[in-house]
Design a protein around this ligand. Sequence first.
Ligand SMILES: Cc1ncc(COP(=O)(O)O)c(C=O)c1O
Length: 394
Amino acid sequence: MPKLDNSVKDVYNKIINPLGVSKIRLFNDKFSKIPGIIKLTLGEPDFNVSDHVKEAAIRSIQENKSHYSEQKGIPELRDAISKYLKTRQGLDYDPESEIVVTIGATEAIFSSMGAILNPGDKVIVPTPTFALYMPIIEVLGGIPIQVDMSEDGFRLTGKKLEEVLVKEGEDSVKAILMNFPGNPTGYEYTESDLQEIVDVVKNKRMYVVSDEIYSEITYGQEHVSLAKLMPGKTVVINGLSKSHAMTGYRIGYIAAPKDFITNASKMHAYTVTAPSNPAQYAAVEALTVGIDDAKAMRDVYQERRDFVVSRLNELGYETLVPEGAFYSFSRIPSKYGMDDVEFAEKLANEAKVGVTPGSAFGKGGENHFRISYASSIEDLTEAMNRIEKFTANL
Ligand SMILES: Cc1ncc(COP(=O)(O)O)c(C=O)c1O
């Protein structure tokens, strides 16, 4: 094994080096070592990819579609994305110039932020939220400004946004990076919630990067994209990881006005060149023939949601009913005198149930815990029974 040469010891990126590893992974890995634990930690669908989607990937290999794809993605997939966004969400994006296919939604976020940020630029991040946002912004030299949504029912209100923009100085803020349906809260913005945000930012010099990766997993209303209300400066992030349980295929995309896509595509091309062909052909199948594949999964998630949320509330863990995604987010009663990390560790060690402490999702998540109910109903039932016993002994 090579030992790092002394002469390069101090040669490192000053931003990357001090960053911690993802707290979600950290807890997941730690809890994995506990024998008999039921882990409800990771945000990953527990369904298999549909056979017809798998077959499309295999077919592309057999047909020797093995050369570099266009950097912004194969035309068939950009076309399928464009039609999908039109049919499902009423959005108009030109497949040639307004869509780029990325390595999962994660790269879509990275390339989008990379297209916007200069060192020192601020980005408003309403929390609790997807934990990767903060390091992505930091890696790019930006400054994430966390806005705590916990007192506002886990949504960014127009009033709060105004206040933050005044405090931070509007000119230094280049974007808002938001997510709905929300991870970890499941909060789904209504059209009027979105309108509040549009009213605040419409005349301001800033983008809204809108991560809508859970758009297919909503339980009440159909998802309304922010781009429906403000197409000129919304950057839509989406992908197939959650809608088609294709997390390991790594297909996401950005849809935005042409000038934005031109820059984001450069960031994308200089980082990853292009997504892999089998995954792209699978995604074409998923978004065309499999356009309704998410429905069956959504129905199962909904049963699990109803079960988990009602049990948690009965046990005294205040939990809002999530309108989307596959997470519950519960408040830890202050009478237990534990912060969320202590609570999650005690629950894992004593009751053998793995949950993610809310602070892993930013400041607004403190004193909460997230359960991913993308698990079998048997595991969820057993986990709730264990949490019940654990709570009775607190
Ligand atoms: C809000 C949000 N955005 C993006 C991602 C990452 O998606 P992908 O696996 O497609 O990179 C996740 C995954 O958990 C997520 O919850």
